[in-house]
Design a protein around this ligand. Structure first.
Ligand code: GUN
Length: 292
């Protein structure tokens, strides 16, 4: 069994990005600029956004954090999005999800200019990705593809089982894995799948993104399978300094000895998600996806 080290791989990619930014700046170009919008004080969102700002510094990007209380109205937040759409200095921006219940995430996502949608959540980017056209690709699925490719894991003709059908991870993941060049045969499982264990046992690659800690157990895994764990549930742990720890969707202790490769939680997919956002921001700065 080989551990897939997302921390190390993301650091390598971050250094590649920083080197490219240094070249751009040396040639008189502009540093890529990422803005993040954070509404409210959700603990997970605070951590994600703080990590995104830190990653911007490490890559040599400019970053702007716009914070709002959770009583901001939908109209006010739409005006913030409009300002960012029209700010010529901002190359890309994200609105951290989840948003308070009184704000439609769909409306906000659709209001973002697709050319600045470095999260890759706008329907235009999702649609373009689906037909294989240049697009901003959602960060977690892109990070997983990068991990698989950097570890030279064979995907051609392999059976990948994606557990979870979220718009952010499961669904785009299933599309990417079936694309030309990756060439997996893909099964998407979800909460209503009847024969989950049987399907998982047929998988050469399992992507667990269902948000249920320890969901994938050893009896669901074929010997030698590749296991990618996207889960990051906070579970209470009185022995941890913060009183909680992150637990993945895979029963790591019992699954790890059975498989060929596995991502740990933390230190697997998580750091790759952030660096993929940095990659998208660099692409936005270079106008590499949308030319004008
Ligand atoms: N909430 C959880 N993951 C993400 C992400 O990748 N982007 C945004 N905007 N919100 C999130």
């Amino acid at each position: 069994m080989e551990l897939i080290d997302g921390k190390k791989t993301s650091k390598e990619i971050r250094e590649e990005i920083a080197a490219e930014v240094a070249q751009i700046v040396a040639a008189g170009g502009k540093r890529p600029h990422l803005a993040a919008v954070l509404v409210g004080h959700d603990g997970g969102s605070e951590t994600y956004v703080a990590n995104k700002v830190k990653a911007c510094e490490e890559c040599g990007f400019t970053s702007t954090l716009k914070r709002f209380e959770d009583n901001i109205t939908e109209a006010e937040l739409l005006a913030v999005v409009d300002d960012l759409n029209n700010d010529p200095d901002v190359d890309g921006f994200i609105v951290q999800l989840p948003l308070p219940k009184h704000i439609s995430e769909e409306k906000i996502t659709e209001a973002i200019n697709p050319k600045k949608d470095v999260d890759g959540f706008h329907p235009q980017n999702v649609g373009r990705m689906t037909i294989g056209a240049p697009a901003f690709i959602s960060a977690t699925p892109q990070g997983i593809v990068d991990l698989i490719q950097r570890y030279k894991i064979e995907t051609k003709g392999k059976h990948a089982v994606v557990i979870g059908r979220s718009n952010i991870v499961g669904r785009p993941m299933s599309v990417l894995l079936s694309q030309k060049g990756i060439d997996c045969t893909v099964t998407v499982c979800h909460s209503r799948t009847a024969n989950m264990k049987e399907l998982c046992l047929q998988a050469d690659i399992i992507i667990a993104a269902i948000g249920k800690p320890g969901f994938v157990t050893a009896d669901m895994v074929k010997p030698g399978a590749v296991i990618i764990d996207v889960g990051t549930t906070r579970v209470t742990d009185p022995t941890a300094e913060r009183g909680w720890r992150l637990k993945g969707d895979v029963d790591f202790q019992n699954v790890a000895p059975k498989c060929s490769y596995i991502t740990p939680v933390p230190g697997g997919v998580g750091p790759m998600t952030i660096v993929s956002l940095m990659k998208n921001t660099l692409l936005a700065g270079k106008k590499a996806i949308y030319k004008d």
